[in-house]
Design a protein around this ligand. Structure first.
Ligand SMILES: [Zn+2]
Length: 290
């Protein structure tokens, strides 16, 4: 079977797409929706060329599960998965001494490659703003202490978010704005703070993704990373449309196809620079894990 590489109108056989290497920097693999068939989801992603998964931690419990998955899948291939440990802004009210102590312990594990996801979400507002700001600050401090990058979430809180990131940026070893959905102005503000930027299937959404589509070509290759945010954010450009609404890490390749088209690059270019950028950012060991 042949697939079109829409970036340059090339026809690429499936095998050459699979020969490319992808890293999904944001997959909620501990999510209950993967409970019944996680091995198959992982196998499909590896078959699609996903060489590494960064499993997102969103609470103490979810971060422990993410770390357990990273350990478990080492049996398949050493280093196949790494994880983050943090409190999502939705869980900000859970911050207390015990939570912070647990996150500190987790952050010391070599398989935990970033603190987060952490940040501000003034869109859903599942935790009060005060609690979100306190939890975000505590995790920025933690990242500085353990010298690991932060995995950042921001929605409808750009000004407050930027102020805190700006305050901590000189002391942070790295920071990625995960699931970036903003436009050109936000990209410029983030790049000015030397942030990395994670792009999801939001870019495949012809309705709400248009600002992001204009912004993607402005992101330098050494700052751009790819993610699915699975099981959320199914790419709307998948054809044929999957029967399920559950997104999965294999479809990071679809995110890449749209990113390549927007940037006027080949899929192979995007695979090469996004993987190199991701390896360097998270310290994922070189070499194929497959
Ligand atoms: Zn997020």
């Amino acid at each position: 079977m042949q697939r079109r590489d829409r970036a340059k109108g090339e026809s690429l056989p499936d095998a050459s797409i699979r020969a490319m290497e992808w890293i999904d920097i944001g997959v909620n693999l501990a999510h209950e929706s993967f409970g019944a068939d996680r091995d198959a989801v992982v196998a499909r992603a590896r078959d699609a060329g996903v060489a590494h998964f960064v499993v997102t931690g969103t609470s103490v419990g979810a971060s422990r599960e993410a770390l357990a998955l990273a350990r478990h899948y080492d049996a398949l291939s050493p280093g196949l998965m790494v994880a983050t440990a943090g409190l999502h802004p939705h869980h900000a009210s859970e911050l207390d001494d015990a939570t912070l102590e647990a996150l500190t312990q987790l952050a010391g594990d070599p398989r935990i490659v970033a603190v987060g996801e952490c940040g501000l979400d003034f869109y859903r507002n599942l935790a009060p703003h005060e609690a979100q700001l306190a939890a975000f600050r505590a995790q920025l401090e933690l990242a500085v202490r353990v010298r690991k990058p932060v995995f950042l979430h921001e929605r409808d809180a750009h000004a407050d978010f930027l102020a805190l990131v700006r305050e901590f940026r000189p002391h942070l070893v790295g920071a990625v704005a995960h699931c970036f959905t903003g436009g050109e102005a936000e990209v410029e503000a983030y790049l000015a703070l030397d942030l990395h930027i994670g792009v999801t299937g939001w870019v495949c959404d012809e309705r709400r993704g248009s600002a992001l589509q204009r912004a993607v070509p402005l992101i330098p290759g050494d700052r751009l990373m790819l993610e699915t945010d699975a099981p959320y954010l199914m790419p709307r450009t998948l054809s044929p449309k999957p029967a399920t609404r559950r997104n999965e890490p294999a479809w990071v390749v679809e995110v890449a196809r749209i990113v390549a088209r927007l940037r006027g690059e080949t899929l192979a270019d995007v695979a090469a620079h996004s993987s190199a950028t991701t390896r360097a950012f998270f310290g994922i060991t070189p070499g194929r894990s497959r």
